[in-house]
Structure formats: C-alpha cells, structure tokens
Design a protein around this ligand. Structure first.
Ligand code: F6R
Length: 611
C-alpha cells in the first residue's frame, strides 16, 4: 500500500527511481512522483495515475541529480490528484518528503502549523511532515526529522531530503515497512518500502525496525534510534532475485503466479518432511511440545485470502487434532474481547507480513498473553518479527494484487503444522500422520495436474461470459474455497459474487438464484458430499447454472452440474489446496475476457499497511 523508493549515488537517479516505482506499482497506483536534488534545488515532478504517466512527463524533461526520493500512492487522505501525490514540499520547496502510513494527529498538527504561518497545498496527512520538518530545520536534516517526529502519532515510513544537504537522505520507520539497500557498487545506497524495489540493484540490506532512523549517504549508511542512539544492524541477504519478480512471458503476473503453484508448494514443503518415518522438521517453529500440548484454543489472525487459508487450516486442525479453532478477520478480531489468553495460540497468516490489521490483532493477542505463530512469505517482515514462532511459506515474490500461490502455500503450511500438532498431542496415530504427509508430498504434482484444466476452464469462462452474478458455495473443507473463489472474481473481474456456506442457501440466498446466476461449487468426496449434491439440485431446480469442481473419478457429478472441472482426488482435508486453483483460473479468464486490469484492480493495493 503505497511504495517508497529513494536513491543516492552516481547512476541516472530518475531512471533508478522510476525502475523502483515500477516494481512497487502493485502496492498502489493512483498517483506518483519524484523529487531530485539538482544544483542546490529540489525539482519535483508528480502526476495523477500510473507510473507510465509520470514516466511520460519526465521524458525529455528529466531532472539530473545524484539523490532523489519517489513514491507511488494509494489514496487514504485526499483523492488521487497531482497535488495530493507525493513527494510533498514544504512552504518554499526547500524540503520534500515521501511517506507511507497514517499520521493520526495530522489535523491537529496542521491547524497548529497553519496558525504559525505554514501554507498547505494538499489534503494529505503527509504534507504535515514536510511542514513540521521545515519548522525545525536549522541546517541539520537529521535533527529536524527527529524533532518533528516527536510530535507525530500514527504510523510512518518516511524519507526526507533538503536542498541544503543534497548528499543526505533521512528516513524513519514506525509501523510501516522500510528497508535499506546497501549498494553493491561503491558510492550508492537505496531506501525502499519493499525489497522488490531494490533487488535489481542489490541484495544486501538492512531491515529497519520500528523507532529507527536512517541517514543515507552515497558512501555510507548510519542507523540510529529515534532518540539518536547508534544501532548496529546485521546485513540481511535478500534471496529473491530480480527475475523472480518479472512476468516471464505471461500476460499478467497473476497467471504466472497461478502456474507457479506446483513450484511454490514444493518450496513450502522444502526439506521439512524427513526420512521414512516422515519426521517433521519445522525449523523456526519456536513453540515447545509442552506448550503445544497445553494449547486449548487456536485463533487465526488474518485478512482476506489469508483468512480463507486459515479456514482451510481450521477444518483440518479441528478434524485431525480436535483443538477448537476460531477464524475471524483481523480487523474484527482485534476489537473482540476474551479471544486470547495464555492457552490460546494465535496463528497470524500474511503473505506480505505487513498487513496493518493483522499486526494490530497480533499485538492485542500478545498483550492478552497468547503466543503467536506466523505463517508468512515475507522474510524479516513485521509479522515475522513480532511472532514467537515462524513458518515461512517460501512461495517467492507475489506481485499480482490478487493472492494465488500464497493462498495455496499458506494452506499447505497450515497442514504441516496441523500434522505436527496432531503428533505432539497424540491426536493422530503415526500411521494416519504418515498418510497425511504422503498426501501433502503429492500435492505439488497434483497441482500440476489440476493446472492441465486451464484450457477447459478458459472455455467455460467464455461460455458463461454473459453471466454477471455468481454464487460460490461450499461445505466443510470447502467453505473456504467458496469464499476465496467469490473474492477472486469480485476483485479482478468486478462481478457480483457471494461466497456462502452451502447449507445457508435455504436461509436466504436461494432467493438470488435465477437463470442469470451461475453457481460455482467445490464438491469433493467426504462426509458432506451427499449434502453438497443436494444443494446443487436446489440451484438447478430454480434455473441456476452449476459449475462443479469435483474429483476426477466422480461419475455422479455430471447429473448435478451443467459443467464440471475435474481435480485429482486427495484426502478431504488436503483438497482445498487443489480446489483453490480452478477458482483462480476461472476468475482470471473471466476478468481477461472483460479486459480488466488484472494485476492492479481498481481501488486495491497489495499489502494493506493502513487499518
Ligand atoms: C485477495 C488478497 C487479499 C489479501 C489480504 C491479506 O486476493 O490478496 O485479500 O489476502 O489483504 O494480505 P496479506 O496476506 O499480505 O496479509
């Protein structure tokens, strides 16, 4: 959500900034801008819309300097417009700032600064920072930023520059991600909100923590606390390479990432299942067997797609381990009383590791005495760092705003944890545990087989192109598939879609079914199979079209559905991993027929770092 890129060094500064912004565009794309230090002055170029608009403005009119800051915005305060785009200057244009996060007391600060004679030009909370730093600037940017931030409440990753100190950029972090890229070439350094912005230049980094400031110069980087104490940071090696974040010949990142799922699932399994006895080596889990035996309840902490991965885990853990699991979206969970205590394990699931609601709910869980396990894709992210234990999914960079490979890898990580928990608590026999793990090991190959349905699914999308309304139904293990399928088609095709527990149909939603409605449903073999067939009958009796995702050996299903998408058979608790794939493909092909901006759907951004 919003992206920051800043550079100091000998390259073409605007090109480096634009390249960084392009890689961050998935985080926000309603306006963008750069500020470059040129001969003792700050030159500012900003534009509404995507980075391409900004690049067109800069074409033939490129400020040339050796340091600059840049930003791509996802509007929170003030609508998308050039004047609300970052970087924001102070009154005289001597300073400029870019900022991610939310300044909660900005109205109060703004009133005070206006009374002191500062003139504001935008409706953003960020501009307050420019004027605050201006107020305290007396030739020392580090001091001005430190002093100004003392008055700020809220969250920020901020980078500031001054025309009087062109060889310096000052950055600070409080609850919004910030990373320093240490130049591999001598004489350059980078700051960004996200590693993907800098991996084309360097993979050596400092991960900046809350309450830290960075003084970035071409020949060195100093990190201090906000109160000015020097901090020695370990160098962090970013494993992703630049190519992993390219489209690699695919039309969209989303479809590339859908097809990467067999690989991503293999990476999630890694070498975690060991030997003939199939011991589980969950390095970093950080939760003792004694603690796991004492756990009385699990609460999944997540948003959106990640929460649906949590629902798949809920079904598996309750069934296999007999431990109650609650799943509620983090924005609600953080305000619910009595959910957490010392016998409750919070499992935070987050692709980006920076989702503000998830982090707030995690902090609340910690305050109430719970321990936290993080399931995340983002190494060194806030979610990872604020947890007691960790299971990285290692799915590789996910750039498409709609989550795909992270979803299936998150479910798989939950399944690995589920088997571990079942074993530790002796809730499963060694034989059943091995059977589940054998099933888990087969999932990457079965995902590959599921992807062979892509052409068939593309044809179905075409056949049903006129449908504007969808219902997604699921039961038991596949309630999550219904919710996730509906979310995917809503967010990328902008079609009306609702996900429901199939048993709820009679309690209201059945009234929506007409000939103009299509129903997608995952109906796999398991205890609720017959009931799920019954639901399909109810739909067809009322003229609705049924597309069923069903096991490939299911001979009954054709009688209950207009179209069938076959998926390989696996254990019921494992099957959400496979059922998720046709849901993604169907949404993708429908959205593509509608010519939607699939990787960057309107109003959305990857990684929601504000509440
Ligand atoms: C939907 C989607 C979102 C995210 C949600 C949580 O396709 O991607 O619903 O799942 O914003 O994000 P993370 O996993 O980064 O915490």
């Amino acid at each position: 959500m919003c992206g920051i890129m800043a550079y100091i060094g000998g390259r073409d500064t605007v090109e480096v900034l634009l390249e960084g912004l392009r890689r961050l565009e998935y985080r926000g794309y309603d306006s963008a801008g750069v500020a470059v230090s040129v001969d003792g002055k700050i030159e500012l170029v900003r534009s509404k819309g995507k980075i391409a608009n900004l690049a067109a403005l800069l074409e033939g009119n490129k400020p040339e300097g050796r340091s600059g800051i840049a930003h791509t915005r996802w509007a929170t305060h003030g609508p998308p417009s050039t004047k609300n785009a970052h970087p924001h200057p102070d009154c005289e244009g001597h300073l400029a700032v870019v900022h991610n996060g939310i300044i909660e007391n900005y109205l109060e600060l703004r009133e005070q600064l206006e009374a002191e004679g500062h003139t504001f030009r935008s409706e953003t909370d960020t501009e307050t920072l420019a004027h605050l730093f201006e107020k305290y600037y007396d030739g020392d940017l580090e001091k001005a930023v430190r002093r100004g931030l003392k008055e700020v409440k809220g969250s920020y990753a901020v980078v500031a520059m001054s025309d009087r100190e062109p060889g310096l950029l000052v950055a600070a972090r409080q609850y919004s991600p910030l990373i320093v890229g240490l130049g591999e070439k001598k004489g350059e350094n980078f700051v960004a909100s996200d590693p993907s912005a800098i991996i084309a230049y360097t993979r050596q980094a400092y991960l900046i923590d809350n309450g830290e400031m960075v003084m970035l110069r071409a020949d060195g980087v100093q990190v201090k606390t906000l109160s000015g104490k020097p901090v020695k940071k370990p160098v962090f090696h970013i494993e992703w390479d630049a190519e992993m974040a390219e489209k690699g010949g695919h039309k969209h990142f989303m479809i590339k990432e859908i097809f990467e799922q067999p690989h991503a699932l293999r990476q999630t399994i890694g070498d975690r299942i060991v030997g003939r006895e199939m011991a589980l080596k969950l390095e970093g889990l950080g939760l003792s067997d004694g603690y796991l035996r004492r756990v009385k309840k699990i609460a999944v902490i997540a948003c959106g797609t990640a929460s649906y991965a949590g629902m798949a885990g809920q079904y598996a853990i309750e069934k296999v381990c007999g431990v109650p699991v609650i799943v509620d979206v983090a924005s609600e969970l953080q305000h619910r009383e009595c959910v957490f205590d010392k016998n409750t394990l919070g499992i935070a699931i987050s692709q980006s590791g920076e989702t503000a609601d998830t982090l707030q709910a995690m902090r609340m869980a910690h305050r109430q005495g719970a321990k936290l396990l993080a399931i995340t894709n983002a190494i060194g992210s806030s979610v990872a760092r604020e947890s007691d234990g960790l299971l990285y999914i290692h799915a590789g960079p996910e750039i498409g705003v709609a989550s795909t490979k992270a979803y299936t890898s998150q479910i798989l990580a939950m399944l690995l944890f589920c088997v571990h928990l079942g074993r530790v608590r002796e809730a499963v026999t060694p034989r059943v545990a091995r059977r589940l793990l054998r099933g888990i090991k087969q999932l990457p190959d079965l995902a590959e087989r599921t992807l062979e349905q892509a052409d068939h699914i593309k044809k179905l999308a075409k056949k049903h192109q006129h449908i504007m309304r969808y219902l997604y139904l699921g039961r038991g293990a596949h309630y999550c598939s219904a919710m996730e399928g509906a979310l995917k088609i809503k967010e990328i095709a902008y079609l009306d879609a609702e996900g429901y527990a199939a048993g709820e149909m009679k309690h209201g939603p059945l009234a929506l079914v007409t000939e103009e409605v299509a129903v997608l449903s995952a109906v796999v073999e398991g205890p609720q199979y017959e009931k799920a067939l019954g639901n399909l009958q109810e739909i067809r009796a009322r003229g609705g079209k049924v597309i069923a995702v069903a096991n490939e050996n299911d001979e009954e299903i054709a009688k209950y559905a207009d179209d069938v998408i076959p998926i390989p058979k696996t254990e019921e608790v494992l099957s959400p991993v496979l059922a998720g794939i046709p849901m993604q493909l169907y949404a993708y092909y429908v959205a593509d027929l509608w010519n939607r901006e699939i990787d960057q759907p309107r109003n959305l951004a990857k990684s929601v770092t504000v509440e």
